[in-house]
Write a protein that binds this ligand. Structure first.
Ligand SMILES: *Cc1c(COP(=O)(O)O)cnc(C)c1O
Length: 379
């Protein structure tokens, strides 16, 4: 089955009770038993719920995995992966990382005795320099946020295999429409399904997908034991989102390309960060491992003026100034004062997050309207 069919049919079946094509929202905590233990596969909704189950199967299908697990948020999913580790274990992580992931690693799991190395992975061979006998996990996020660097998943997987450590990939920005990390050698794929998978800015959810049964069992144990599950209503919404993921992504990519090309030719724009430009430092990797270049981009205006960047984002009329990404509506953000405000100026400028940087999540509105909105805001 091809991807565009999998989003709609992959591991998805009409509901057993009445043949409902969409799984009902099983808004129940518990299930009647005829005799102790005599139930139909569902005993308590932290452990299993039919709506969540339907979604977890769809997650597995679209990422070419065997097992999917749904969580109450992207961070809850990452939290479950970290609970595979023990004090003394070490993790080699991407340095240009989603801020919440960085906070979870450094403010929670460092306190539990896990050591993190934050490494520039644009040259993925760098990863190997930080691996020792305590290393248990490599954490990759690609494309990165907000600089849109690309990390070679194949190279990371080769290093992980060689040293017998797990490779996890945060696939939130790319989605399985653009890249399927399990096929490139990753052991775990993670999503903030809050973003493109849900796709409509109406839920918060996380996902893990794996191929290996033993790893799936360990993660399921953690999901059930720690309890960070999603509710059935959100599971229904995410499943509904998945069914249009491929058509939405196609348009996100088309609009992203049009806007990247418009911005790069704008006289007030200094630089545009988008992996589809031939002069992007990781263009060849992006071209090889991604089907297209996605709907995320960042740019900055000449003169690196903080006030001017704020004025631009405040002047936008169709783009909404907001955190998050991946919804049908276009969003604009100012990393220096929003997502990356807690990082000292000198530190964030080192990775390119200057005062004038603006991040855009390009939605699926009309391309001309989006360009005209940017034109008036920059003018
Ligand atoms: C949003 C996001 C997360 C965190 O997910 P939540 O659903 O907000 O908990 C993790 N990684 C990336 C790349 C994200 O964009």
């Amino acid at each position: 089955m091809k991807f565009n069919t999998k989003t709609i049919h992959g591991k998805q079946h009409p509901d057993k009770a009445y043949g409902a094509v969409m799984p009902p929202i099983y808004q129940t905590s518990t299930y009647a038993q005829t005799t102790p233990g005599g139930h139909k596969g569902y005993a308590y909704s932290r452990s299993h719920n039919p709506t969540r189950h339907a979604l977890e199967n769809a997650f597995a299908s679209i990422e070419n995995g065997e097992f999917g697990l749904a969580f109450g948020s992207g961070l809850a999913a990452i939290d479950a992966v970290m609970k595979l580790l023990k004090p003394g274990d070490e993790v080699v992580s991407t340095n240009d990382l989603y801020g919440g992931t960085y906070r979870l690693f450094t403010s929670i799991f460092e306190g539990f005795g896990i050591k993190f190395h934050f490494v520039g992975m644009e040259n993925a061979a760098n990863i190997e320099n930080y691996i020792n006998s305590n290393t248990k996990l490599i954490w990759v996020e690609t494309p990165t946020n907000p600089m849109l660097n690309i990390i070679d998943i194949n190279v990371a997987a080769t290093i992980a295999k060689k040293h017998n450590v797990l490779l996890a990939v945060d696939n939130t920005f790319a989605t399985p429409y653009l890249q399927q990390p399990l096929d490139l050698g990753a052991d775990i794929v993670m999503h903030s399904a809050t973003k493109y998978i849900g796709g409509h800015s109406d839920l918060v959810m996380g996902a893990l997908i794996v191929k290996d049964k033993d790893l799936a069992d360990r993660l399921y144990f953690i999901q059930n034991a720690s309890g960070a599950i999603c509710g059935p209503q959100d599971a229904f919404l995410a499943l509904r989102g998945i069914k249009t993921l491929h058509v939405r992504m196609q348009r996100h990519c088309e609009n992203g390309k049009a806007i990247a090309e418009y911005l790069v030719s704008h006289p007030k724009v200094e630089s545009v960060y988008w992996p589809g430009f031939k002069n992007h430092p990781n263009y060849d990797i992006a071209k090889a491992q991604m089907k297209d270049f996605g709907g995320m981009l960042s740019f900055n205006t000449k003169g690196n003026n903080y006030e001017e960047a704020i004025k631009v984002v405040e002047s936008l009329k169709i783009f909404t100034l907001a955190e998050s990404l991946g919804g049908v509506e276009s969003l604009a953000g100012h990393p220096a004062s929003m997502t990356h405000a807690s990082i000292p100026k000198a530190e964030r400028e080192k990775i390119g997050v200057v005062d004038s940087l603006i991040r855009l999540s390009i939605g699926i509105e009309d391309e001309e309207d989006l360009i005209n909105d940017l034109k008036q805001a920059l003018g």
